[in-house]
Write a protein that binds this ligand. Structure first.
Ligand SMILES: *Cc1c(COP(=O)(O)O)cnc(C)c1O
Length: 342
């Protein structure tokens, strides 16, 4: 049976060029800073985002948590969107590791604005925890891959600068955001002090994320990465795939976005509930309740026909397009969805 895996872009496999680069990678002990492939990837990551330095991370979660640890002190307050990955999906790490208190703000489409953030910034008052960090998620995963426009980022950056608060961007899908906004990672990155982005998702590398920022920030982050057990040795074999991800795989993301828009339109035509304006990148979230379908059964029926997708909340399904999914695969999924919608 044909199977098409829409569960996540994390299911992408390393490309033949990555396998080749991994095989040939020069490596060394990176805790001694002696792995040339890791150093090259870190420099490339810094260059592509216009930052001073980069740090290779085993995962996006560690990248975000190390960033929060590095930006804050225990007892600080951190502003993030109500369904932000750093708050929702990182096992409460910001509380247990950094000892900070999250201040969540629910925002339409997951996109915070300066106007939404300003009232949540704490006053200089002995009763209140200091606000020291704003986390922005770009693209926003649970909101359906929505992204920040540059003017909104510029306003938030202006506010943060005035109030002396740092900005960390969870840019797990930063290059999807840049593609959708027809801009560059560097133009987006200028509005954040630090950014985490994944090479393991739509960019197809097997493992890894990069944290980028100022050199002194990255020097301190390197110590926290070591503390959490993320000091790796001959991980240049992984970094080599990351270099291929950043040099060969960014330009094709537009294809995933085209497939997601095409899929979303067909889903709307079948009568499912979907807000097409949230489908800006490679994530499609839709609601089965307008068709009075039972969600668990619906997802089982999809899977039984080889269309792998994840249930998302009480009545929704999430489908993610990526390098392993062709237009023909999307057409197949649409035929299955249309059959189940009837
Ligand atoms: C996937 C993801 C992460 C974490 O990445 P892992 O490598 O799975 O730890 C962080 N933030 C967002 C928005 C993500 O989608």
């Amino acid at each position: 049976m044909r199977t098409v895996d829409f569960r996540s872009d994390t299911v992408t496999l390393p490309t033949p060029a990555m396998r080749e680069a991994m095989y040939k990678a020069e490596v060394g002990d990176d805790v001694y800073r002696e792995d040339p492939s890791i150093r090259a990837l870190e420099e490339l990551a810094a260059d592509i985002t216009g930052k001073e330095a980069g740090l290779f991370m085993p995962s996006g979660t560690m990248g975000n948590q190390v960033a929060i640890l590095t930006h804050t002190k225990k007892g600080d307050e951190v502003i993030c969107e109500a369904e932000a990955h750093v708050y929702y999906y990182e096992v409460g790490g910001l509380v247990t590791l950094a000892g900070v208190q999250p201040r969540t703000i629910a925002a339409p489409r997951g996109i915070l604005t300066a106007a939404a953030i300003a009232p949540a910034i704490r006053a200089d008052d002995i009763h209140q925890p200091p606000t020291t960090l704003i986390c922005l998620e770009n693209t926003h995963n649970r909101a359906g891959g929505t992204c920040y426009s540059l003017p909104i980022l510029q306003d938030i950056h202006e506010l943060a600068k005035q109030r002396k608060i740092a900005i960390h961007m969870d840019g797990a899908r930063l290059f999807n955001a840049a593609t959708a906004q027809k801009t560059t990672a560097r133009d987006i990155a200028q509005y954040a002090d630090s950014i985490q982005f994944c090479v393991s998702k739509g960019l197809c590398a097997p493992v890894g994320s990069l944290l980028v920022g100022r050199r002194d920030f990255i020097d301190r982050a390197r110590r926290y990465r070591k503390m959490l057990g993320g000091g790796m040795r001959q991980a240049g074999v992984l970094a080599a795939a990351g270099i291929v991800a950043l040099t060969q795989m960014i330009d094709r993301l537009a294809e995933d976005h085209g497939n997601a828009a095409y899929l979303a339109e067909a889903i709307a035509n079948c009568g499912f509930g979907i807000d097409l304006t949230t489908v800006e990148t490679n994530i499609v979230i839709f609601d089965v309740s307008p068709l009075t379908l039972h969600i668990e059964q619906f997802v089982r029926d999809l899977n039984a026909r080889g269309v792998k997708a994840n249930q998302f909340g009480a009545a929704k399904v999430r489908m993610v397009t990526h390098q392993g999914i062709s237009r023909d695969d999307v057409d197949y999924a649409i035929s299955v969805l249309a059959e189940l919608a009837k």
